[in-house]
Design a protein around this ligand. Structure first.
Ligand SMILES: C[S@@+](CC[C@H](N)C(=O)[O-])C[C@H]1O[C@@H](n2cnc3c(N)ncnc32)[C@H](O)[C@@H]1O
Length: 197
């Protein structure tokens, strides 16, 4: 996967990494920042997505400019899978559209515009979910996604270490749920990995 990345994808990733770095250092207000994952988390997500079962949707909650979607898309080249990624803010939607066009992955990624908590309710079974929206929404997103996860399916939530307090109710709910095996992995900002038995 990583060795087959196209020049167009590498170039767009570099543009977004530069923008994200600039956002974090120039005082851009938090909700306007890209707030994207670091590259090592992207690689981790691609490896996990590649190991997910075939039957079920691949989804992402919180697209921003599409940086994490690009990493996940590396796992989709085989088997005709597609990623559905949900984003609520118009300015992020515009950036994500430009990302998917520039990186040449429009055929692999469907950008769904609007609130996941409304739009996601019509989803069928889910094989892979990357959860990376506002942390106070994590528990509601977990409630929506967890009952749709297929056996062997994964939900991975970002910021499980740096925003532990905000994510805690979702993390503890998943840990109490006998349907899942869970682990927080200390990579990037902390990835909470939850696998449906
Ligand atoms: C941390 S950023 C996502 C970063 C992205 N996953 C990446 O690593 O490149 C969170 C994004 O979630 C979006 N968001 C927040 N609440 C949402 C909701 N209810 N439905 C869809 N998107 C939402 C925000 O607008 C923001 O762009």
């Amino acid at each position: 996967m990583f060795k087959e990345m196209t020049a167009a994808m590498k170039q767009r990733m570099q543009v977004l990494e530069d923008l994200d770095r600039r956002d974090r250092s120039d005082g851009t207000e938090p909700l306007k920042r890209l707030r994207q994952i670091p590259p090592e988390t992207g690689k981790f997500l691609a490896l996990l997505a590649a190991a997910c079962p075939d039957g079920g949707e691949f989804i992402e909650i919180g697209t921003s400019a599409g940086y994490s979607s690009l990493w996940i898309s590396l796992a989709l080249h085989q088997g005709g899978k597609k990623l559905k990624t949900f984003e609520i803010l118009p300015e992020k939607i515009a950036l994500a559209k430009e990302t998917f066009r520039a990186a040449g992955v429009e055929h692999l990624i469907e950008l769904i515009e609007g609130d996941f908590l409304e739009k996601g309710s019509t989803l069928g079974e889910i094989a892979f979910c990357f959860l990376d929206c506002e942390k106070h929404l994590y528990e509601k997103c977990f409630d929506l996604v967890s009952s749709k996860l297929v056996s062997g399916g994964l939900l991975i939530a970002d910021n499980a270490i740096d925003h532990y307090e905000a994510a805690k109710s979702m993390i503890e709910k998943a840990q109490r749920d006998d349907r899942f095996d869970c682990l927080t992995v200390p990579i990037g900002k902390g990835e909470f990995v939850c696998r449906r038995k």
